[in-house]
Ligand binder design. Structure first.
Ligand SMILES: CC(=O)SCCNC(=O)CCNC(=O)[C@H](O)C(C)(C)COP(=O)(O)OP(=O)(O)OC[C@H]1O[C@@H](n2cnc3c(N)ncnc32)[C@H](O)[C@@H]1OP(=O)(O)O
Ligand SMILES: O=C([O-])CC(=O)C(=O)O
Length: 379
């Protein structure tokens, strides 16, 4: 038998071009359409970044005004989505609710089967505008709270927090949330984006591709890691009376024990970055601000303790989900809502890739090497 070079997990395989983003693990950088993500996070709104990902250029003032008006007019919770979500048990994972909502929104969209660039752009903007209401409503219904209507006088991030908590948040919190949305928006051919491109490559529709991508994002090796990070913190135990140093000591011991048992600790490691995730310093700075704002140094202790023990034992660095998880926790999101927040952001990147795939399509269909039984016959 001729040995076949199997590319398990497609690791290291370049399958296509993309102009949406560039992940460079050597320089530890990430560019969206050429712009460093750190600059975008410091200077732009999430709306501007969404526009950039879809159109290739940052908007002019007039373009931004028109674009934000479109987003604001699409924020209301779709009544059919609401009634479908209401039939789902509150034991269903919020990611299942997101996936179902994306599917329902697709089935109800007047351009569902229209693959033209104009229709796909409209569907992308509509889905992006609609998802915060779904995420916010789902968290509220689990808490037995009434839904909160969107506010057109607030930007995307402020309105998302408003619909979730029914209270306006202070600018520092809105800013940290905006940063997280920008950092989560896009990351080249990650598993969920690749899933979206595979579905698109069969000439299926945009909502089908996003629905499949949500399924791929749910797993803890991908987007589900931000939720899993919080489970780790909970397992170690969050003790508000504890000092930073005490919390760090307990976290270190927990990590040493986990690694001795050969456990994978979510929030660490990355398929592409091997010297640290380009987005972590920016997200960590946002987390530091939230820790100071909410006065919760013990969370920094847990964060530092786990990171240091992992560095010493295996030199594996945190990925974006590591600082994002505790940031969302401090803001008041339920742990199971963390990955839906990632969905709300990544709709921008997924749909930018879907449109790129449509524009230059080739059916994605790799080969496999058969290693089952030799040919045999039914007696
Ligand atoms: C936004 C995002 O999606 S970022 C990714 C979020 N995912 C996570 O945080 C899940 C935890 N991390 C992981 O499982 C991995 O690092 C992945 C899946 C992200 C990338 O993995 P791969 O590139 O396939 O590397 P692989 O899983 O083979 O790991 C290589 C080695 O590092 C170890 N390793 C990698 N990540 C971790 C981790 N988080 N905890 C413990 N060990 C780890 C592996 O056990 C393996 O060790 P070995 O060679 O002794 O067997
Ligand atoms: O690129 C990846 O494999 C995962 C990731 O960080 C992301 O999707 O943001």
């Amino acid at each position: 038998m001729v040995a076949v070079d199997i590319k398990k997990g497609l690791a290291g395989v370049v399958v296509d071009y993309t102009a949406v983003s560039k992940v460079n693990p050597d320089t530890n950088s990430l560019l969206y359409r050429g712009y460093p993500v750190q600059e975008l996070a410091a200077k732009c709104s999430f709306e501007e970044v969404a526009y950039l990902l879809w159109n290739g250029e940052l908007p002019t003032d007039a373009e931004l005004a028109e674009f934000t008006a479109r987003e604001r007019s699409g924020r209301a919770l779709d009544p059919v989505v609401k009634s479908v979500v209401d039939t789902l048990p509150t034991t269903a994972h919020p990611m299942d609710v997101c996936r179902t909502a994306a599917s329902v929104l697709g089935a109800r969209h007047e351009l569902a089967e229209d693959p033209t660039p104009e229709a796909n752009m409209k569907k992308a903007i509509d889905l992006w505008a609609a998802m915060p209401a779904v995420v916010a409503y789902d968290q509220r219904r689990r808490r037995g709270q009434e839904p909160v209507e969107p506010r057109e006088d607030l930007d995307y991030s402020a309105n998302f927090l408003w619909m979730t908590f029914g209270e306006e948040q202070v600018p520092e919190v809105v800013e940290a949330f905006n940063v997280s949305m920008i950092l989560y928006a896009e990351h080249s051919f990650n598993a969920s984006t690749f899933t979206a491109r595979v579905v698109t490559s069969t000439l299926s529709d945009l909502h089908s591709a996003v629905t499949a991508a949500i399924g791929a994002l749910k797993g803890p090796l991908h987007g589900g890691a931000n939720e899993a990070v919080m489970h780790t913190f909970d397992e170690i135990g969050i003790r508000s009376e504890e000092s930073l140093e005490e919390a760090a000591t307990r976290a270190r011991a927990w990590m040493e024990d986990a690694l001795a048992q050969k456990k994978k600790v979510m929030g660490f490691g990355h398929r592409v970055y091997k010297h640290g995730d380009s987005r972590v310093p920016t997200m960590k700075a946002a987390l530091d601000k939230m820790i100071a704002h909410y006065g919760r140094p013990e969370l920094l202790g847990l964060y530092n303790g786990l990171e240091q023990a992992m560095e010493e034992a295996k030199a594996i660095k945190p990925n974006l989900d590591y600082p994002a998880g505790p940031t969302y926790h401090l803001m008041g999101f339920d742990t199971q809502t963390f990955t839906p927040l990632f969905v709300a952001s990544r709709i921008t990147g997924w749909t930018a890739h879907i449109m790129e795939q449509v524009a230059s399509n080739s059916l994605i269909r790799p080969l496999s090497e058969y290693n089952g039984p030799e040919e045999r016959h039914v007696p």
